[in-house]
Design a protein around this ligand. Structure first.
Ligand code: FES
Length: 150
């Protein structure tokens, strides 16, 4: 099986996998970074969102062969001690219900705020609309993203 050198959360790893293995499974099964969740596997739900060179990216769609030398960040590497402003806002607003989708939500929100630090409500809804929450915590998600932007 081929070997791939990837950098995840600032650490270099060599993983052995078929080149078409989704990054999601490398993160979860090889690196035990299980904060990134499997929801649909077809790019429709956002549960698997990570940052690739700072961009919110669906790790179920990106293969290990495509990941190359790009810098990957998962929810585990977003901050020390959950101190990222988005994570702080998530706690303050008490966003999660079941929690399953929340890592993906936070990774999408943090990449979005990096590119748009002063968003309107419409901007926030537009940026977050691809991340599905079966508990429908959308109002709290919007509030938390707005709070994180302050
Ligand atoms: Fe990747 Fe749903 S698991 S978008």
């Amino acid at each position: 099986m081929p070997a791939f050198n990837i950098t995840v959360n600032g650490k270099a790893h060599t993983v052995h996998a078929d080149s078409d293995t989704p990054l999601l499974w490398v993160l979860r099964d090889e690196l035990q970074l299980v904060g990134t969740k499997f929801g649909c596997g077809i790019g429709q739900c956002g549960a698997c969102t990570v940052h690739v060179d700072g961009e919110a990216t669906r790790s179920c769609l990106l293969t290990i062969g495509q990941a190359g030398e790009r810098k990957i960040t998962t929810i585990e590497g977003l901050s020390e001690d959950n101190s990222h402003p988005v994570q702080q806002a998530w706690k303050e607003i008490d966003v999660p219900q079941c929690g399953y989708c929340q890592a993906g939500q936070i990774m999408t929100a943090s990449a979005f705020l990096h590119s748009n630090p002063n968003p309107t409500s419409e901007d926030i809804r537009g940026a977050m609309q691809g991340n599905i929450c079966r508990c429908a915590t959308y109002t709290r998600i919007e509030k938390a993203v707005s709070l994180a932007a302050e």
